[in-house]
Design a protein around this ligand. Structure first.
Ligand SMILES: *Cc1c(COP(=O)(O)O)cnc(C)c1O
Length: 388
């Protein structure tokens, strides 16, 4: 066996001392660094203090006819300081990276992100005083890049979304920085057993409702981390709630989950920002998910527009994807005469997408006709019947 020079030196050292009969010295390498530890303590304190200053996000009601005996809720993640559910993820990833000794003073943090994660991570990087570089698809909305730069981050664009990962890893090597890798670490950096994660918060907020244990929670998947946390928490707490993931058109989570094939890929990037991936991301935990739906992009847009009619709030496309799935489940419950509650997420605010999901010109340019889906939602809310 070939040994590295360090190992053979150590071996020599041991053999020499064994021959002389004197007590073997204890091999001892101390790399503790007081200055770094002071920095680390401060950085962790700043991230924790940010959480401590924050209030919980609201659980909103989506109005449906009272006589159905069904309540539909949206966990409003758009009210975090950085405007999306990625604030939770960024906090967890920074704590994980700091506590693992991966994030170091003066070294950049690099992330592959379609936008929202980068916005939140830029915020935390600035908070602890390290540089931040976002590697993102060129199609990302201009508003998201503006937000990243607003928080002191830098945007690095790639033409092929599938190249985001290797480009990020290469940048980390080049700069001596840390590639955060949300797609790998989202599920494990998040405290799925509790610690006021999104699931624990939802159940606490449902406590005084008439159906405090939802029949279904409908999530969407970008990293897959949110759905993994929801599902693990539900199983851990022994609830009967089922977890559904609604997947947009250009994404392979649905196919990967239904076929059980972890290596599926798809070519074009998702039009629904924040969700839909060209590969089965490592943070997506298929075995924990009960059900998956493939939602047409036009249906996602119809649903976010219906949300504005219903509660006066605009949201991003992924909220529409989840809401479409939740409405479909509500329609099934109505048809079967079942009562209960359904929860989905309001993932980020609509003002980031005025030139996309709220623009009819964009819809036309994309060849998307939302009319049949708008009609379907109207029909459900008026008559309880879901066409098709
Ligand atoms: C990331 C993201 C999601 C999905 O969350 P994951 O935990 O990454 O699966 C949904 N909507 C938006 C806007 C997102 O940015």
């Amino acid at each position: 066996m070939r040994r590295s020079p360090a190992v053979s030196t150590i071996q020599q050292h041991i053999t020499q001392h064994a021959q002389t009969g004197s007590p073997r010295p204890t091999l001892d390498v101390d790399r503790s660094d007081a200055e770094y530890r002071t920095w680390l303590k401060e950085a962790v304190r700043k991230v924790q203090a940010d959480a401590n200053r924050s209030a919980d996000t609201h659980l909103l009601r989506f109005p449906v006819p009272e006589q159905w005996g069904i309540d539909l809720y949206l966990k409003d993640e758009s009210t975090h300081p950085t405007g999306s559910l990625k604030h939770r993820l960024a906090r967890s990833l920074f704590l994980y990276g700091l506590c693992n000794g991966w994030i170091r003073p003066g070294r950049p943090v690099i992330e592959a992100s379609s936008g929202s994660t980068a916005v939140s991570e830029a915020y935390f990087a600035k908070l602890i005083g390290v540089p931040f570089i976002a590697v993102m698809p060129r199609t990302t909305s201009a508003e998201k890049c503006r937000l990243i730069e607003f928080h002191g981050g830098r945007c690095h664009f790639v033409d092929d979304p599938r190249k985001m990962y290797e480009e990020s890893a290469a940048l980390a090597v080049e700069t001596g920085g840390h590639y955060m890798d949300q797609f790998t670490y989202a599920e494990r950096a998040t405290d799925w057993r509790g610690n006021n994660n999104i699931a624990e918060s939802i159940y606490r907020q449902l406590r005084l409702e008439r159906y405090p244990e939802p029949a279904w929670i409908v999530a969407t998947a970008g990293t897959g981390g949110t759905s993994a946390t929801l599902a693990r928490y539900v199983h851990y707490m022994q609830y009967d709630t089922r977890i559904c993931v609604a997947d947009p058109e250009n994404s392979c989570f649905f196919e990967g989950w239904t076929t059980g094939e972890p290596d599926v890929t798809c070519d074009s990037g998702s039009r629904i920002e924040g969700i839909g991936r060209p590969r089965m991301e490592p943070s997506f935990v298929p075995g924990a998910i009960d059900r998956m739906m493939k939602v047409p992009d036009a249906a996602s847009v119809a649903a976010v527009r219906a949300l504005e009619h219903a509660i006066g709030r605009k949201a991003g496309g992924s909220t529409g994807t989840g809401l479409w799935g939740a409405l479909k489940i509500v329609a099934e419950m109505v048809a079967e005469g079942r009562t209960g509650s359904v929860v989905t997420l309001l993932c980020d605010p609509g003002d980031r997408y005025l030139d996309k999901y709220y623009s009819d010109a964009w819809l036309t340019g994309q060849g998307l006709d939302i009319t049949p889906y708008v009609t379907a939602i109207d029909s459900l809310l008026e008559t309880g019947v879901w066409p098709g």
